[in-house]
Design a protein around this ligand. Sequence first.
Ligand SMILES: Cc1ncc(COP(=O)(O)O)c(C=O)c1O
Length: 370
Amino acid sequence: MTDWSTLVVPALAKLEPFALGETLADVQARHGLEEAVKLNWNENLFGPLPGVVEAVRDELENLSLYPEQVNRAFCEEVAHYAGTVPERIVPGHGTLALIGSLASAFLGPGDHAVVPALSYGLYAQLSAVRGATIERVPLRDLALDLDAMARAAREKKARVVWICDPNNPTGSVVGTGEWEGFLDALPEGCVTVVDEAYIDYLPADGRAHRERDVESGRPVVVLRSFSKFFGLAGLRLGYAIVDEALAAYLGVVDEPFNVNCAGLAAGRACLRATDAAERRRSEVAEAREALSRGLREAGAEPLPAAANFVLARVDVDDLELADRLAGRGLLIRPGSDFGLPGYVRITVGPAALMDRVTAEVRDAHETLRR
Ligand SMILES: Cc1ncc(COP(=O)(O)O)c(C=O)c1O
């Protein structure tokens, strides 16, 4: 028998696959459900923007060709949307692929990477795969502690600091004043990667314009996703905004044509649906407010939220609550899954669905209260 643990790189032998929590199929089987709604993975529950499905269908005419032209057109349109130039756009098959590419570009055995604890788990995982040592910096009041992260980066001479803004799973947003001070406090030779997977939920005037940091030559990389606000999770599409010289290095790390033509065409169509996107942003904000209000009325304590999910402290066991809602066809994420017992994270969906969820949470609070 081959012992694969002796053949994979040493870092890999010590790691477990990333835990996604229970899948839809698992829950349906466990509860004998015909149908269930996923409010546990922060997917887009509002459906694609107008013109997206048609654009994908049209692009399928080209499926026998490598996606060269559509790739170039995508970079041009994204650059226009993001306020930068096409040479600074690096597409990837999801933000996750780009997190891996950046980890490969900057990290190896003996290097240190700073991550917030709690945040999206893949920064630590994909850095550790490259052999890096992970420095976890606790949150302060459930928000990123940028001072402590910069301190950890200086102490460990970290090569990379991973930032998630808005942060998953807490929903906290980094203030623009705070951001400048943070960059100044980092040591020489340290790259900041900011995952802005949820940034499109914020109104344009509420966003940090980090493309300007890239433009001004700071060691900053910005990551964006089409999975969340634009609802293309199944097509796997994201992009990085980087310095041109780094784009060339990422071109070495990534295989050419790593994003498929349907995904790229869908991304372009999303960016063209500007009016619908604006309306969608308001619709999500209203639904998010309704969810937070309903949760408060149900006896939970929702945190301020800016994206398509709400983290709330609950007065009952989070695992029991999630299980009870799952039994009624509503999948929510118990905080115990990511080290925050006593909290649940719920994806924002259309208003009627939010009413259903908050009614169930109210019911559960009445019957399960400790
Ligand atoms: C913070 C964050 N970054 C990245 C991702 C994954 O993005 P993508 O689908 O673009 O790979 C997620 C998905 O939940 C996320 O929450």
